[in-house]
Design a protein around this ligand. Structure first.
Ligand SMILES: C[S@@+](CC[C@H](N)C(=O)[O-])C[C@H]1O[C@@H](n2cnc3c(N)ncnc32)[C@H](O)[C@@H]1O
Length: 184
């Protein structure tokens, strides 16, 4: 399975993609954004601070004729804000992300989650599958007023795309988390 399966899971199992505003935090070259657009997202905003990735992302959506649906933005996730004031009440926001794992860059995934808590109705996020990560996430998510609604384990094929990837291709055990706000 690949990271894009998160979108099929969100779209078909939970109906969280179609007609929703999708925020793709750490979009890279945009594969999750593009998969969301194909599953009939209302609009997609992709955010990544890596300009070289955003340039490829922009070219990809131009080639696919998806400019009207997807808006790539080059900025740090922590700078991104969205005001719900001018959005219709009926428009739900689903945030999707495959953040850098905390083991590569400590706390990177926390910054992504904290940002997503600000504006999302539902969050889908991919993390390493192990007990320590799960315990940390459960406490962190709970402390911030959210809850883990569902998890889905899978093996993700990791391509050698970053300097810290030592093998050409690797299968890693991950979990998709579906996170929703706690009822008041
Ligand atoms: C594991 S990759 C995922 C890429 C893409 N979502 C995918 O699934 O193919 C994480 C991405 O997050 C981006 N990123 C990491 N920290 C960031 C930050 N603070 N602000 C914006 N983007 C960030 C990286 O540049 C990278 O493209």
């Amino acid at each position: 399975m690949s990271a894009t399966d998160i979108i099929y899971f969100a779209g078909f199992e939970f109906n969280d993609i179609g007609n929703n505003l999708i925020i793709d935090l750490g979009s890279g070259t945009g594969r999750l954004s593009i998969a969301s657009a194909y599953l009939r997202a209302n609009q997609v905003i992709g955010i990544d601070f890596d300009w070289s990735a955003i340039k490829i992302f922009k070219q990809n959506i131009k080639d696919l004729g998806l400019n009207h649906l997807i808006n790539p933005i080059c900025t740090n996730v922590s700078n991104f804000e969205i005001s719900k004031k001018n959005l219709p009440d009926s428009l739900k926001i689903t945030t999707i992300m495959n953040p850098p794992f905390g083991v590569q860059k400590r706390t990177a995934d926390r910054a992504f989650l904290l940002k997503a808590f600000n504006f999302s109705d539902t969050i889908y996020t991919i993390h390493l599958r192990n007990e320590k990560v799960h315990d940390f996430l459960s406490k962190f998510i709970n402390k911030n007023g959210w809850k883990i609604n569902y998890t889905f384990p899978f093996n993700m094929k990791l391509e050698n795309t970053f300097p810290f990837h030592s093998q050409k291709k690797k299968d890693i055990n991950v979990k998709i988390y579906r996170i929703t706000k706690k009822e008041k």
